[in-house]
Design a protein around this ligand. Structure first.
Ligand code: ZN
Length: 237
């Protein structure tokens, strides 16, 4: 069976729509969202509605947590803080209630899914090095752990860092897979990032797609959000 993982949409409706259109056309209907539906982008309500409709499981991200007033935003940079206040003001009550209800973890026999880190899913650690990944692997038993949070697509095995668009995994080993970001990629590639898993073939595929960035750019400016948040989409940083 094939299923998809999306993460870090950040109110970017054009990117989300493009991702979901692709999955629909390819008959991939089981979609998991690893959180950060809102924050930074101009369409938080539309993105929450769409994710809620299309995704089988949806997890809490730190920006979702912040948008419902639950996270300490002191550690956010100025742009993230401003965007959080904007999002708090613009989110509907219904969508705030929905975001507030999101769990931090989803698990099955094959995978554990979290926004940030499996050792402590509500503490928003970043897994950036092989050393971080090796420590994190001690906290779950499944072969696969899917994460988002850093917006940088990368796979960690117990021995190395893998940056291939296609990857065959071994179910007797463990991997931490950062699926990248739909709405604000930061790996120098402005194309949206998501992952499709074929668990019969034990294959992971990164899907990178162009979307209408210019439209999102215009909306960010029109919404009065910082211009930097529009500029970064063009370069993917
Ligand atoms: Zn994020």
């Amino acid at each position: 069976m094939k299923y998809a993982l999306i993460s870090d949409i950040h109110g970017n409706l054009e990117a989300l729509q493009t991702a979901l259109d692709y999955l629909g056309k390819n008959n991939i209907n089981e979609i998991y969202c690893l959180g950060d539906i809102v924050g930074y982008g101009p369409n938080p309500n539309e993105c929450v509605n769409m994710v809620r409709n299309k995704c089988k499981n949806v997890l809490m991200g730190n920006h979702d947590f912040a948008a419902v007033g639950k996270a300490n935003v002191d550690y956010f940079n100025d742009y993230a803080k401003l965007a959080t206040y904007w999002t708090m003001k613009n989110l509907s009550e219904k969508n705030k209630n929905y975001l507030e209800s999101l769990p931090f973890t989803h698990q099955n026999d094959e995978a554990i899914m979290v926004h940030a880190s499996p050792t402590n899913p509500s503490h928003w650690y970043y897994i950036l090095s092989l050393y971080d990944a090796q420590i994190e692997m001690q906290s779950f038993n499944q072969p696969l752990c899917f994460i988002g949070h850093s917006h940088v697509p990368v796979i960690f095995s117990a021995q190395k860092i893998i940056r291939n668009d296609y990857f065959g995994y071994d179910t007797n080993k463990q991997y931490i897979i950062n699926v990248g970001s739909v709405g604000q990629p930061r790996d120098g590639n402005s194309k949206l990032s998501m992952v499709v898993v074929d668990n019969d073939a034990c294959k992971i595929q990164y899907v990178r797609l162009s979307y209408n960035i210019e439209e999102t750019y215009r909306k960010i400016i029109r919404a009065g959000l910082p211009k930097f948040l529009a500029e970064r989409l063009l370069k993917g940083y």
